[in-house]
Each structure stands twice: as C-alpha cells, then as structure tokens.
Design a protein. Structure first.
Length: 266
C-alpha cells in the first residue's frame, strides 16, 4: 500500500502558502467580497489561496487533477486533490478567527474517489490537523512537532457532547424534530460550525457532530482526519465517506444512535 507521506508533506507546504496568503488579508479593511450564485460569500482571499494551491500543485504534481470550491475541476486521472481555500468564509469576512484551509488528496477506488491525505489548517487560531491513510491523525505545529489524535471513549448519549453548525438546514430538510430530540438526550450541545467540530471529534473533546448540507470540499480533508483518529464519518444515510452531500461524524460508539435521531422524522 502506498504510504502517502510525500503527498502529506506536500499538503503541508501547500497549507503553509495558503496560511500566509489568507492571514495577510484577514481583517483587511479593503477586503473585496462578492456574492456567488448560491448566495454564499467569496472573498478575494478565497480566490487567491486556491489559485496559489493550484499553481503549486501544477508544478509539483502535474499529472494530478484538482477540484476546488472556487474554480471547479481541472484535469483527469486516478488522483485528485480537493481544496476548500477558506472553509468558514462568513467568519473570515467578519473577522471571526474560526476558519481553515482544507486540502485533501483523493484516489480512485471502488465506488469513486476516497480521501487518502488530509490537512486542515486554521492559522488565525494557531491550529493544524492532518492525516494520511494508514498512518493515523495528528495535530501540531509541524510534522516533527505533533501529537497523535484519538477519538473519545464516551459510550452513552447522556454523557456526550454534540456539535453542529446551525438550525436552519435541519428545518429545511424536515429533520429538525429528530435533531432537537437528540439535543435533549445528550449532555451538552454547542454550535461551533464549519471544520472545527470534526477536528474536536478527532481530538476526543466532542463526541458527535453533523451537518445537513455540505460539498465534497467541505468534507474530504476532515473525513480522513476523523477516521484515522479512530472515529466514524458517514453521510446521514450511513454511507461511509464524504460523498453524501451531508455529514455525520462520531467516536464510532454513538454513531448508530446519532443517525437514528437525525433520520427519525425524515
């Protein structure tokens, strides 16, 4: 089996470059922000970071394809990088420091492309998480200064911490009833949002998280960090991986119950 460590090192180099670009424009008074057709914001920093990552990949991995949130798919082949230049753009443009660049490498396999490397870099809060298939998940300042991640051992909903993004999406999908029932059963709920709940599941500080509507670039990097930390990452339909258009992540021990609640009245 390939070890993917060279690809992981490259992903860190890409994240370093993106961090420098995004931090340079964070809280800039003249930051340009546009509204995309789906009514979500995109800043000049989103575009610049993705262009930077694409340029470096073209030089370092010219045979690999790239899929990014801002510029779509480019290239073909069995290896595809998936990039979200700023996950949490609404936070970014308002000066909230909870946002991250998500970089994943996926490989073609049975049932489609599967993440084999993931880096989640949140420079405004000074955190980075990463994983490579078969090598575990880590957090730290660099590859040489890192701590291994492991999900929690919480096995009862009444002891569990559940993180989510917002209520509106659950209501739009007709899942709000089951969602609210779940919030009443768990020990604690917090709406951290975006990439962060998944990283906290991987760290063991949160036990469950879910979102009703996501794109592949929102999930490719976070999913492998969760699974390499010993957790479970599926769609709300229970299908493993980041391909269902939504996400449920857990320490694994509580996953079936998580899905039962979120699908209870759907």
């Amino acid at each position: 089996m390939p070890d993917y460590l060279d690809d992981l090192r490259l992903a860190h180099v890409l994240a370093d470059a993106a961090d420098a670009a995004t931090m340079a424009r964070f809280k800039a008074l003249d930051l340009k922000v546009e509204t995309k057709p789906d009514m979500t914001p995109v800043s000049e920093a989103d575009k610049a970071a993705e262009e930077l990552i694409r340029g470096q990949l073209q030089r370092a991995r010219p045979r690999d394809a790239v899929l990014g949130e801002e510029y779509g798919i480019e290239g073909t082949g069995p290896r595809r990088w998936v990039v979200d230049p700023i996950d949490g753009t609404k936070n970014y443009v308002r000066g909230v420091p909870v946002w991250a660049t998500l970089i994943a490498l996926t490989e073609a396999g049975e049932g489609g492309f599967h993440p084999v490397v993931g880096v989640v870099s949140a420079p405004a809060i000074g955190r980075r998480w990463w994983a490579a298939k078969g090598h575990g998940a880590f957090t730290g300042r660099s590859l040489s200064a890192a701590s291994r991640l492991r999900v929690s051992g919480v096995s009862k909903l009444s002891d569990a911490s559940f993180a989510y993004s917002s209520l509106s999406g659950w209501e739009e999908q007709g899942r709000l009833g089951g969602f609210l029932d779940l919030t009443r059963e768990v020990w604690r709920t917090r709406a951290y949002g975006d990439f962060w709940p998944y990283m906290m599941v991987a760290e063991g500080s949160v036990d469950l998280c879910a979102e009703p509507e996501l794109s592949l670039w929102d999930m490719a990097a976070t999913s492998i960090v969760v699974t390499e930390a010993g957790g479970t990452f599926t769609g709300l339909d229970g299908r493993p991986g980041p391909h269902g258009g939504n996400a449920a992540a857990s320490n694994g021990l509580l996953h079936d119950e998580l899905l039962d609640y979120l699908n209870a009245r759907y």
